[in-house]
Design a protein around this ligand. Structure first.
Ligand SMILES: [Zn+2]
Length: 440
């Protein structure tokens, strides 16, 4: 297949105009100027992308697909939302609720140009597996473990570390590589204050043994820091260091209540920091990007659950850029703060690196998997422009995504799903929500 007539974002974040991208067996076999000899591949199928920008699929590195049936349900609530609202909701939801929630999430993400997401998990992940299999998206899923917080409902809590590990291994053995390799499974403890050091250590060892990520929430709330300091006389990052899991396998969501020392330690160990700006800014605090950048930390972005805010990776990048400028950069006349290139990389290649798929995803380049998003530039918001990438990153939104290819397969074409009944999924989701609200 040949995608023609578009502009394309190259691996160095420059934009090539009048580009062509050739795709064969799910991989990119040519990307460059349409006039070059390499573009003449004798394609059997052509996708006319005139007026569009081709960019790599985006990565939502931290979310909870199950919360899709909680939209609007946790706004303007006092902390801690997850303990009072999210956990009881997850404990009461059934498998069909989880399935429809995940289906709605996948649908929304494909429309938004997200080609892979990392789900922090819920009580049972099999419904999410079904939704991923059905929709064609890719996912890094996990079974969250928590064994040390007795105030949590029994439905979500593990009896002990051994049982939690067995549960997590079961998910790994059942579904890693499932759905033609679109589903990967990693290990997870919910947070440093809800898992015992023994459990954290065991999960870290398992992640090392299987060569996969270890997902957690880290320094999300001040209460988490307090618990660790009072209970262990260590800050959360120090606790994880003492458990041997502060390394480049760790996918650490939020990282808000951190000291400069925490940041340096995480950067040194190659921890994958995932900020979720819309979630962070409403209930938790401020991501400290300039300090992370100076320390050389790996930073990517996530939407987090749908209960609070908009789910749009362009929006997350814009929020982080604005808040970094407002709270740090302008105070010292730093006119860059968080550059467009950094913002762009946070939602593409940095995301792929955080999820452990950088070698085959994250940029549009020959030999990589053809996960391609087309952004329609023919709108008053994006056109005309003196610099396409600047405009798309600063003014683009999920609504501007018109086409999505995953593993070379067209999932969304000119804003229409090729194999999914969107209307049916939306109406079934609505019905499901009504039933769930009657139950709770
Ligand atoms: Zn989360």
């Amino acid at each position: 297949m040949l995608i023609t007539g578009c502009s394309a974002v190259m691996p160095d974040a420059s934009v090539t105009e009048d580009a062509a991208i050739a795709v064969k067996d799910g991989k990119i076999v040519y990307i460059g100027r349409a006039s070059e000899p390499g573009a003449k591949v004798g394609a059997t199928e052509t996708l006319n992308a005139r007026g569009k920008l081709a960019m790599p699929g985006m990565y939502d590195c931290h979310t909870h697909s199950v919360q899709q049936l909680l939209k609007g349900g946790a706004v303007d609530e006092p902390p801690i939302v997850w303990r009072r609202i999210l956990v009881p909701y997850e404990a009461s939801a059934g498998d069909e609720d989880r399935y429809h929630a995940a289906l709605l999430y996948c649908l929304q993400m494909i429309r938004a140009g997200v080609t892979m997401f990392s789900d922090a998990g819920t009580v049972n992940m099999e419904p999410c597996v079904r939704a991923v299999e059905q929709t064609g998206i890719q996912a890094l899923i996990t079974q969250p473990c928590w064994d040390s917080d007795l105030s949590l409902p029994e439905a979500v809590r593990d009896k002990n570390a051994g049982e939690a590990l067995r549960k997590a291994e079961r998910l790994y053995k059942s579904f890693d590589g499932y759905a033609q390799g679109r589903i990967r499974v990693c290990f997870s403890f919910s947070s440093p204050d809800t898992a015992s050091p023994e459990l954290i250590r065991l999960l870290g060892e398992a992640a090392g043994e299987y060569g996969v990520r270890l997902h957690t929430h880290l320094c999300q709330h001040i209460d988490e820091v307090k618990t660790c300091v009072l209970k262990y006389r260590m800050r959360p990052a120090e606790l994880l260091e003492s458990c041997g899991v502060l390394n480049d396998r760790l996918l650490a969501a939020h990282c808000i209540h951190v000291t400069d020392r925490d940041i340096h330690m995480m950067a040194e160990r190659g921890v994958n920091i995932v900020h979720c700006p819309s979630s962070n800014l409403t209930t938790q605090g401020l991501p400290k990007y300039p300090a992370e950048c100076a320390a050389g930390a790996r930073v990517s972005l996530g939407n987090d659950g749908a209960a609070v805010a908009r789910q749009d990776m362009f929006y997350q990048a814009q929020l982080l850029k604005f808040i970094t400028h407002a709270c740090f950069a302008t105070l010292v006349y730093d006119t860059v703060g968080l550059s467009i290139k950094e913002a762009y990389e946070m939602i593409t290649i940095n995301g792929a690196r955080a999820l452990g798929v950088r070698d085959r995803l994250g940029t549009l380049e020959t030999g990589k998997q053809a996960d391609i998003v087309l952004v329609d530039l023919r709108t008053p918001a994006l056109s005309p422009s003196r610099n396409i990438l600047n405009t798309v990153i600063m003014a683009g939104s999920a609504n501007d995504v018109s086409d999505v290819l995953i593993k070379g397969k067209i999932i969304l074409k000119n804003r229409e799903f090729t194999g999914l009944d969107e209307e049916k999924i939306l109406s079934e989701g609505k019905l499901r929500l009504r039933k769930l609200m009657e139950k709770i």
